[in-house]
Design a protein around this ligand. Structure first.
Ligand code: PLP
Length: 395
């Protein structure tokens, strides 16, 4: 156990020095979390609106998840999918019980990008087609398949050639969708609210059109709810706002209550199209993540945390809109997935929120400050966030 400040400084140095440098790291060493608060090595407290990029919906070190992880760790840590184990069946049953009946087959993975990789492969296997349709500003992950349907050129272009063909259409453009989906299309992949792309909710007509057009033309609809799932937008899953059900739903981030866990959940016929052994993962479905997932889903059901997001999100956005700053272009979002778009770069303000107010936020594109607080956050804490944003924007 490292407890002295000196030890901690050395470890911060080690993380910085021995890392590949792919991430720009904050000058912080966070050692503990509870609910929507985290503490650094010097004991300073922060309100966490990064929320682990949307992982910490149920609060940091959620006691139910911690207890389940402890119990499962003592019992059985690893077991591959060819060898059944109770935690896996329990996770499948629990997850499927909160989804529409047609989404009843689960492929468990360890991350968001893997959930989308699985979805893309299942879609090709089911349709026998190759092409994917994705949205401009869409984000699906960093591995080669998911990256292929991720739009941001600076993420994609250094790694060409990627998987193709992929056609990108403007988000919320029904006409473009009509034109893009054809007899070669295996799937359309969309986020119900684009996260990384700037916190942009879909208009209902767009997602409904995506549902109808894919069904008519024999393509699948993949909804990526990796960021929007698990109560974030004010419903259990964002598709519930839109009255549609996808053929494949991808989940990760908050699904494991803080433990790495993702899933592609699909219709039975889609699952059955994959040849035996056509996809696989060693860690996917491991008992530790499964137990964490069961505890997370049960906590979400017991607390109905999505209702908190539905109540606090609009209030928070309204309060942000009241800030009298000409620097603000727009405040938008759904539930507690909130973006504040500035007319200038967001990074300096994110830094000031951290340094001057001990509030952690993240970017979504160059000009958007994104807020993904744990859904358990106290209203008073959100009020403090509003005050801090006011202080940094209204000089
Ligand atoms: N899809 C969406 C909508 C995401 O927001 C993310 C991550 O930010 C991913 C996929 C990729 O998830 P992961 O980073 O776990 O691979």
């Amino acid at each position: 156990m490292h407890t002295t400040l000196e030890d901690w400084r050395a470890l911060l140095e080690a993380e910085r020095e021995l890392d590949t440098g792919v991430y720009t790291k904050h000058d912080l060493l966070l050692v503990r979390g509870e609910g929507a608060r985290v503490w650094d090595a010097e004991g300073n407290e922060y309100i966490d609106c990064v929320g682990g990029y949307g992982v910490a919906n149920l609060g940091h070190s959620n006691p139910g998840v911690v207890e389940a992880v402890k119990r499962q760790a003592e019992l059985l840590l690893s077991m591959p999918q060819t060898l059944p184990t109770p935690a896996r069946g329990e996770f499948y049953r629990t997850l499927v019980s909160v989804l529409p009946p047609e989404l009843n087959r689960v492929f468990p993975v360890n991350s968001g990008t893997e959930a989308n990789e699985a979805a893309l492969k299942f879609a090709r296997a089911y349709t026998g087609r190759k092409k994917f349709v994705a949205a401009m500003r869409g984000f699906s992950g960093r591995t080669m398949g998911s990256l292929s349907v991720t739009w941001e050129p600076k993420y994609r272009e250094p790694f060409l050639p990627l998987v193709g063909p992929v056609e990108f259409i403007p988000y919320n453009d029904v006409e473009a969708l009509e034109k893009a989906v054809d007899g070669e299309t295996a799937a359309v992949i969309l986020e119900p609210v684009q996260g990384e792309g700037g916190v942009r909710p879909a208009i209902p007509e767009f997602l409904r059109a995506a549902r109808e057009i894919t069904r008519e033309r024999g393509a699948l609809l993949i909804l990526d709810e990796i960021q929007t799932g698990m109560g974030r937008t004010g419903r259990r899953f964002a598709f519930e706002h839109y009255g549609i059900v996808p053929d494949i739903l991808t989940l990760a981030k908050a699904l494991g209550g803080g433990v790495p866990l993702g899933a592609a959940v699909m219709r039975k016929e889609v699952a059955e199209a994959m040849p035996k052994g056509g996809h696989g993962t060693t860690f996917g479905g491991n008992p530790l993540a499964m137990a964490a997932g069961v505890a997370a889903l049960r906590y979400l059901e017991r607390t109905q945390l999505w209702e908190r997001a539905a109540e606090l999100g609009p209030w928070f956005m309204e309060e942000l809109r009241k800030i009298p700053s000409p620097k603000i272009r727009e405040v938008r979002g759904l539930g507690l997935m909130v973006g504040l778009e500035l007319k200038e770069k967001a990074a300096p303000y994110i830094e000031r929120l951290e340094k001057e107010h001990r509030i952690l936020t993240l970017q979504a594109g160059p000009t958007v400050i994104r807020f993904l607080p744990p859904l358990v956050i106290a209203k008073e804490d959100l009020a403090r966030v509003v005050e801090a944003v006011r202080a940094v924007l209204v000089a």
